[in-house]
Structures are given as C-alpha cells and as structure tokens.
Ligand binder design. Structure first.
Ligand code: 5RP
Length: 220
C-alpha cells in the first residue's frame, strides 16, 4: 500500500471531472487525495459527501457540499475500495461509510473507484465484509451472519447514521451475488459492503503506473 499510488490514482480520476458536475465524494485515505486534487483544480463543481469526514475535508478546502437529502441524481462519484476483483466487483466499508456510499453510488450516473494496487484481488473475501446494522438487531444479525459462514466482530463506535458495523469475515466468497442477497434479507441489516454492480471503472495505481479498468472491458 503506497500513498504515492493512492495520490496517482486520485489524480488520474480528475480527467473525468468537468465544470458543472455534481460530484459524489467517497470516503477514506485515497478519496482524501481526490478531494485535495479537486480543491486544487478549482473546477466549478458542487459535491455531495458520503461521510461527515469527507464533507468536512471538502468544505475546509472551499468546495460546495450539498445536503444529499435534497439530491436525486449525481453525475460522477469517486470512491475508494478495500478490495476490487477483475469484474470490478468490490468490497467497501472499512471506513464505515458503506451505507451512504451505496446510496450515493446508486444515485450516480457513473461511479469510479480509485485505489492502490494492494486492493486488487482475484476473488473477494480476503478483507472483512462490513455490514451496517440497526443497534437493536446487533446480536440477532451477528448470529445470522455467523450462520452464513462468517466470523463476526463488532466494530466500536457508531456510524455517521448512528448504527453499528459488524465486520464479517467469510474468506474467499464463491458466489458474491448469492451472499449479497442472503445478507440483505437479514432483518436489521441496513446495508453491506458488497458493491457488485455499482462500479463503472477503476483507476488502480501500482508502483507509479495507473491502469484504468472499465466495466465490460475488465478481464478475468
Ligand atoms: C469507506 C470505504 C473506503 O473507500 C475504503 O475503506 C478504502 O479506504 P482507503 O482509501 O483508506 O484504503 O469504503 O467506507
């Protein structure tokens, strides 16, 4: 994992940003480089943020951050990932913002992931899968995730939404779509970090070289 590669991936993604856009800001250390690049570029854009942390970083740099509660469509969202496979399926949420990230991704005409090369995997599941759960359901949901085959840890501290995160470690996930459905069906689960259809493209930097992968043209 290299900060230089995170910065390079973030800067490469700036080629997709045009004046007049409403840009979704993801969350995390790689997105922090993208926010810094957006601030430097002085584009005439507005933003929505997927976390209080990203909103604060953007506002400190002078970007306009709109309240997503008043927004139905976003032009382009730039976000990080914890894992990304050759089909541009991702695990997200180590930073705890997965629920807002998924909502903003769904509202976006285009979603791009920026990451350093350590995030590329052949199969999802090396990383823990974060699941946002209503506090009322924490024990029940934890038991249900364990029944699906996970080792489950409860993360400390509430999310920006006042909920809790259960980190579910499944190991290599053979059928991500089936697992996503099974988790979503657990009452009390508000969202999970499997992003299977949302990512349109990824900018991945490895040892100073940025590769752009486009959905439909990704291999593997
Ligand atoms: C936050 C996320 C982040 O985008 C993901 O954890 C990657 O973070 P980083 O760029 O710090 O490695 O999903 O919920």
């Amino acid at each position: 994992m290299s900060d230089d590669d995170k910065r390079l991936a973030a800067e490469a993604a700036m080629a997709e940003v045009c004046d007049g856009m409403l840009v979704g800001l993801g969350t995390g250390s790689t997105v922090a480089f993208a926010i810094a690049a957006l601030i430097r570029a002085r584009r005439r854009i507005e933003t929505v943020a997927t976390s209080e942390d990203s909103a604060a970083k953007a506002r400190r740099g002078g970007l306009t951050v709109r309240d997503f509660a008043n927004v139905s469509r976003v032009d382009l969202t730039i976000d990080g990932a914890d894992e990304i496979d050759p089909h541009l399926r991702a695990i997200k949420g180590a930073g705890g913002a997965l629920l807002r990230e998924k909502i903003v991704a769904a509202a976006s005409d285009r979603m791009i992931v920026i990451a350093d090369g350590s995030k590329r995997v052949a199969a999802l599941g090396v990383a823990k899968l974060p699941v946002e759960v209503l506090p009322f359901a924490r024990t029940f949901a934890s038991m249900r995730l364990a029944a699906l085959g996970a080792t489950v840890e409860r993360r400390g501290g509430p999310t920006d939404n006042g909920n809790i995160i259960l980190d579910a470690h499944f190991g290599a996930i053979a059928d991500p779509a089936a697992l996503a459905l099974a988790i979503a069906e657990v009452p009390g689960v508000l969202g999970h970090g499997l992003f299977l259809d949302e990512v349109d493209a990824a900018y991945i930097a490895e040892k100073g070289v940025v590769t752009r992968l486009e959905r439909g043209r990704a291999s593997g």
